[in-house]
Design a protein around this ligand. Sequence first.
Ligand code: ADP
Ligand code: GLC
Length: 475
Amino acid sequence: MVSSEVSPWAKSGGLADVVGALPEALARLGHAVAVVVPRYMHAYDAPAQRVIGSLPIPLGHAVYDASVWEMRSGGVITYFVEHNGLYGRDGLYGDRNGEFGDNHIRFALLAKAAIEISRRLFQADIFHCHDWQAGLVPVYLNLSQAVDPNFLHTKTVTTIHNLGYQGIFPRSKMREISLPDWLYRPDLLEFWGTISLLKAGLVYSDALTTVSKRYAQEIQTAEYGFGLDPLLRARRASLTGIVNGVDYTRWNPETDTAIPAHYSATDLSGKRACKLELLREMGLPEHAMDRPLLGIVSRFATQKGFDIMRDMAWELLRDDVYLVVLGNGEHAYEEMFRWLTRHFPDKVGLRIGYNDGLAHRIEAGSDMFLMPSHYEPCGLNQIYSLKYGTVPVVRATGGLDDTIIDQNSPESTGYKFNDYTGSALLGTTRAACHEWYNREAWTAMMIRGMKQDFSWATSATEYSRLFQSLHPATA
Ligand code: ADP
Ligand code: GLC
């Protein structure tokens, strides 16, 4: 697997969680799996050993001198590609000043290094590439296949975790990453006068997947296709939706070490203790124990529905409800929540930043979890919420639609709405808050959610089947 993120060494979102857990699940099914990721500053603590001291990677007119570190754990090998000049930075993709200007080189290097690692250390039958950051792997392989017998039978799979991030660069950068100019064609890498590394992966991979069935359908439409829908429609026979699993060794209220009390579907008492502690931690009053507490943990990006939240938050917070929020990202949304906190200091608890422990405590201590996403390829937080008995309130899109059973079903595990509007979100959140007082029905719904099983075994089996259909050696 080739990825820009892997939990816990490099994480900005769900991609890291997936690449942190799927390889082990595949290993348990008998596959030999290695993961190639950059050695960012945060990965310096990983218990790895240097296995290649000098790995020269030519790109354009330059040669980058990389090295490779190896870590073995859970039946999986992780190779960290080190190049201090390119990866030894605090941010993964950018910093306070925006995206790094050399991201095309950083991820071209990752792709080339992965191919080199396969040549020297780990003969891969299949390269499983994640998102645009790995998009050049299938291109470089394709360019070298004619001359390199090592890769004659190698197959490639690209998984789309989010079509909204496409790795767009000016045509002028092609030379710097060893891409011949003839690739600049509308049916290849060209995308509206630029090049797109995601498109590169989508064009050159043998198979495509995305992280839920519903999203696999949605991305073939103009509304959710980000301009790539015609290509995805053309490749629909090679596109499958495989919903993400979650890692219940990290996300389970019975064993979670980040929460103040443990609980389960058969004994919920610890959840009240978690709520009380969360209120304290977020500086909210104790009398909120008897009121609905809504939780949010998110990247602050428009994808996540913060624009419709802005349209209704004021109205909602005039009701007798409480809100805890953890997130960071777009400045405008950070400001929106700061503003709400100033106006409703006793009702809104806010932490701007990234905090894994607090993310767990919000999952455990809240009564409901809000995810009104405009689009959501899969979404993991709503699945964590189910496990923590925290009823998800979600927009019916992508993986949110696939993983939550709506309020009108006798089997309901959460609340869903369709229209992407503040009033639809408000109406549904209010309905949930109203129902929260109906303790018996509410508890039954919590327990149904807690009993759902989204462990990786099922999804890994689907990937395994796909790999087998592509390459007999993986059968
Ligand atoms: P996405 O990958 O689009 O951000 P997901 O729901 O798939 O959405 O995954 C988000 C992951 O990132 C979850 O594990 C969530 O707990 C974590 N996360 C997001 N924002 C924060 C934050 N500010 N602090 C801690 N964890 C966060
Ligand atoms: C992306 C998506 C999210 C998905 C995650 C892991 O970041 O936004 O919905 O769960 O990738 O696949």
